[in-house]
Ligand binder design. Structure first.
Ligand code: AMP
Length: 189
């Protein structure tokens, strides 16, 4: 079972991924977490990633696809994967499809967490205050939302064409959103 959890920054992808990993016993790849780990470790990749993240811009596709492939290869005996924060562009979605096909697999379901813009803004500013994430400040959030609308949102149509798209109302309690997610996953299993 391979799941793409999709949505704008602040839509709850990370929070909901935790519940999905526990319930379905699959691996989790958060490309944002991978990059933040590299930054923390002070690696060359981390330094490069930081220059994009701080500007609210996406890391170039070619590099991101290589990183994703190496994480995917590190999973042995996997029951499936939840992709969180990847793909974010059409070339990334095409590369993911190809990578999975080479492993005789495909995406089972794409969960689109839809949250109104004012709510996203509120959640991200609060997260910035609580976690100190450097890109959760008003100026960078605005840039990230613009990048989301221009480069990432077109993936909705990509996955509608693939037949795996599922709309999820991303407001309400964490538990009620999780219930809708589980229903969507179970209907595609
Ligand atoms: P996230 O934690 O998923 O919100 O990601 C934080 C930042 O990491 C993004 O604003 C991008 O700069 C970078 N990033 C994460 N995933 C990707 C991706 N799939 N493609 C390009 N950049 C990414």
């Amino acid at each position: 079972m391979n799941i793409v959890i999709f949505g704008a920054p602040g839509s709850g992808k990370g929070t909901q991924s935790e519940g999905i990993v526990t319930k379905y016993g699959i691996n989790h790849i958060s490309t944002g977490d991978v990059l933040r780990g590299e930054i923390k470790g002070g690696t060359e990749l981390g330094k490069l990633a930081k220059s994009y993240i701080d500007e609210g811009q996406l890391i170039p596709d070619e590099l991101m696809i290589k990183i994703l492939a190496s994480v995917l290869d590190s999973f042995k005996e996997s029951k499936g994967v939840i992709f969180d924060g990847f793909p974010r562009t059409i070339p990334q979605a095409e590369a993911l499809k190809k990578m999975l096909k080479e492993r005789d697999q495909d995406i089972t379901v794409m969960l689109d967490l839809e949250v109104p813009e004012e709510e996203l803004m509120k959640r991200l500013i609060l997260r910035g205050k609580e976690s100190g994430r450097a890109d959760d400040n008003e100026e960078t959030i605005k840039k990230r939302l613009l990048v989301y609308h221009t480069q990432t949102a077109p993936l909705v149509d990509f996955y509608k064409t693939e037949g795996t798209y599922q709309y999820i109302k991303g407001i309400g309690t964490i538990d009620s959103i999780f219930d809708s997610i589980c229903r969507a996953i179970d209907s595609k299993k």
